[in-house]
Design a protein around this ligand. Structure first.
Ligand code: FDA
Length: 457
């Protein structure tokens, strides 16, 4: 059995970044990936048109957007020689109100003046609290213990009695980001989401947070990293056990074994439990991960023969806190004459439509798109849903977050190495939390730590 300097488990962006930085520094690295492809939660799928016409279109079924604060991702895109293009946003946006009426707006939501004032006030309060937080150490926020003991929904209702204002602010962090109902995670966890994007104002500004896309899809990042790593990557290698001591570890996949001086477990915290460790993980390591869970969002995409909404002066952007599809955007690739919409069905609504047949779910989703854009939205040429929740190697979307009290109790533990083993994924990032930017930061940080200790020895 060959001994490698570092064995990386998982070829998502975290694992690939760590592997590439270590390789650049002269380390002998092997990357074991369970799937038959690299990229993890980044994937472009090609789907044939479903309306009988010849041809096919590409759909990003995982992560896709890049924002200006995501400096680690932007630097990586540059380093890999990839190009970005802006999300289409010319024209009016839409807000579908509680009565189901689609109302146009440019910047501020078309809600009652008192609701708008309440939204402004909540935004200022959240910006102030987020500014006091180091996203890499959210448990050190001056009011961390209290904020981690109250659900975000309950906290909002303590601040403000305007229900529509609370519904909208809850939407931005709950269904739209953590993809959980706002009563199921703490106010501190919500603040981490805001601080990870620089501020709450950034997080709720679609033109900021969903600014650009990568030509060819965000999956181009892991594909380009994998190209550089070449045959150091082995796909179809579902790691089942890791035997370790202070000197190193033996990683087993089916009948094969790999020995490494160091190991990086670059998989989501909830997926770590699929691997059997010997000796076992200490209780705190195990329990910390048991208090994290994936959110659930179904990303839905519809492709039409043309972007018909643009003809009506609409940007394709829409928000509807009372809609099945709570947010929707123009997702047309640069220079494509066809029209693409992307929308999201989140948390309990995703549970509800998840129980329907594929045909019924499609009808419900398209009816919700029609609430924004009218009847033309009912008949796309192609309709695609992402299905990460059905894949054991992921288990939900977009990422994982703690239950009430978990961030202060266990947040720091998720960063702790265990003998020769490091753990990481975008789920434990501070800046870029739950985003590709965070995956790059965590991957680079772990590689840096390993190189530092290698130099010391
Ligand atoms: P990731 O989960 O990608 O990688 C882990 C890898 O480990 C996987 O390849 C898995 O197969 C492998 N693995 C697991 N167990 C294993 C085992 N036992 N042995 C070997 N391999 C194993 N982000 C963003 O920046 N902008 C966006 O617009 C979005 N939007 C978005 C939409 C949707 C639908 C999803 C699902 C996600 C996003 N994201 C996003 C989030 C982003 O995709 C995510 O944060 C990163 O891709 C996570 O990268 P990681 O490498 O940390 O984990």
């Amino acid at each position: 059995m060959n001994t490698h300097d570092v064995i990386v488990i998982g070829a998502g962006v975290t694992g690939l970044t760590a592997a590439w930085r270590l390789t650049q520094a002269g380390q002998d690295v092997v990357v074991l990936e369970a799937r038959e492809r690299v990229g993890g939660r980044l994937l472009t799928e090609c789907h044939a048109y479903q309306d009988g016409t010849d041809g096919a279109a590409d759909f990003e079924v995982g992560g896709q957007w890049v924002s200006p604060d995501q400096e680690a991702l932007l630097a990586m895109i540059d380093e890999l020689g990839l190009e970005t293009f802006p999300r289409y946003r010319a024209g009016d946006s839409l807000y579908v109100d509680r009565a189901g009426e689609a109302r146009r707006f440019e910047v501020d939501l078309p809600v009652a003046e008192s609701t708008a004032a309440a939204i402004d006030q909540l935004t200022k309060t959240l910006d102030g609290l987020a500014a006091e937080m180091d996203p890499d150490r959210p448990w050190e926020h001056p009011d961390a213990v209290h904020l981690d003991s109250v659900s975000f929904r309950a906290w909002l209702e303590q601040q403000c009695d305007d229900v529509e204002a609370c519904d909208n602010i809850a939407l931005y962090v709950g269904p739209a980001m953590l993809t959980k109902p706002a009563h199921s995670f703490s106010a501190l966890q919500a603040l981490l989401m805001a601080a990870s994007a620089g501020s709450f104002s950034n997080l709720v500004d679609a033109d900021f947070i969903l600014d650009r896309r990568v030509a060819g899809g965000l999956q181009s990042v892991p594909l380009a990293l994998a190209d550089r790593l070449g045959d150091r990557i082995r796909t179809g290698q579902d790691v089942t056990s890791v035997e370790w001591d202070e000197e190193g570890a033996v990683v087993r996949v089916g009948g094969e074994s790999y020995r490494g001086r160091r190991v990086i477990v670059a998989v989501p915290p909830t997926v770590v439990r699929r691997i059997r460790f010997s000796p076992e993980l200490p209780a705190e390591h195990r329990m910390a991960r048991e208090h994290q869970s994936f959110g659930l969002v179904i990303k839905v995409q519809a492709q039409y023969d043309r972007p018909f909404w643009r003809e009506a002066g609409l940007s394709g952007t829409g928000f509807g806190p009372y809609q099945l599809v709570h947010e929707v955007y123009d997702n047309t690739p640069a220079d494509d004459p066809r029209g693409f919409l992307v929308g999201f069905v989140s948390d309990v609504l995703a549970d509800e439509v998840g129980r329907l047949s594929a045909t019924e779910r499609r009808e419900r989703v398209l009816a919700s798109l029609a609430a924004y854009f009218g009847e033309a939205a009912l008949t796309p040429a192609t309709y695609v849903e992402s299905d990460w929740q059905h894949q054991e190697l992921t288990g939900g979307a977009y990422g994982t977050s703690f239950d009430l009290g978990g961030l202060t109790r266990y947040g720091a533990a998720l960063h702790e190495p265990l003998g020769p083993i490091e753990f990481g994924s975008s789920d434990i990032a501070g800046h870029g939390f739950q985003h590709v930017d965070g995956a790059i930061r965590i991957g680079a940080r772990i590689a840096g730590r390993i190189l530092d200790t290698t130099k010391e020895n």
